[in-house]
Design a protein around this ligand. Sequence first.
Ligand code: TXA
Ligand code: MG
Length: 327
Amino acid sequence: MAEILTDSDADLAAAAEMLKNGGLVAIPTETVYGLAANAFCESAVRRIFAVKSRPFIDPLIVHVHSLEQAGTLADISHPFVKKLADAFWPGPLTLVLPKKSCVPDIVTAGEPTVAIRMPVHPVARKILKLSGLPLAAPSANQFGYVSPTCARHVQDSLGERLELIVDGGNCDCGVESTIVRLCGELKILRPGVVTREQIETVLGVPVAFGKGLMESAGEKGMQAPGMLKSHYSPKTRLELFGNVPATAGEKNYAVVWQKRPENTSVPATFWLSENGDQAEVARNVFALLRRLDNLGFEKIFMERSPNSGIGAAVNDRLSRAAAKRTD
Ligand code: TXA
Ligand code: MG
């Protein structure tokens, strides 16, 4: 099992030291926990892929402490970078930018671009500051499984293969960062807690959702499509609904509502928030999926979110989690 560190100064110094020495450390961020390594250390980055069983064609996000540090890794001259950074950094927003040659190809899967994010979680910020390094960090889960939103989740899935996990409490956002591509056609590649509506307001232009790299790769036949489409998937079958399934009460099914239901005859009833607040739904969705996945239900039925604002991010994760695995 991995050692769990606290957010004390001594523990964070130990975490930074491990990163400087080419080790891996699972760290809290405001979105989900990340599996971090020195982005300049190819062997450490290679180990991230091994620990997660992640295919090398799926590039990593590099975490930075400042806009200045971002400028050492990528071309940040696009005027939208400053606008978005002023509005949302530090925070749950990732920008895909033209990369500089110092970023190893293994980090970017050979792409000419690099994904950069400046997290706001105080523990992540302290570790970035203490190490002085840009940190490549994907979500700290087995590739394809539900992302971790607390230290226990990381320990459960990767604890055997990892030395250190820093416990920074439960993640505030609960779903991964919004990814915006600023080179080529402007697109949101992954919806998140920073919403499309907020981004359009800041930029003053419409911004469409686009396909992520892995989806595009899947369409080009680069990997088994099942592996790419089904992501964030629990082991238990998940079905999404708009109305409650009539047979739910008779079987070993869990039924999950957006908000606490007023009355229900279904014994295994759960809800994602008290009153349907989408920030709360996002914060709880992965943790609840993980919990239910361990309770032996035959199926989980989950109510979709409204498809706007943060709800778009929740629905994105839910539809991937519910996609049938074909691999
Ligand atoms: O909130 C987050 O972003 C978390 C925390 C740990 O920061 N990280 C995270 O990383 O979600 P990961 O690896 O699970 O997801 C990163 C996504 C991948 O889908 C990858 O394809 C995309 O970012 N990505 C990375 N580099 C890219 C690039 N150069 N162009 C397009 N997409 C990229
Ligand atoms: Mg991930």
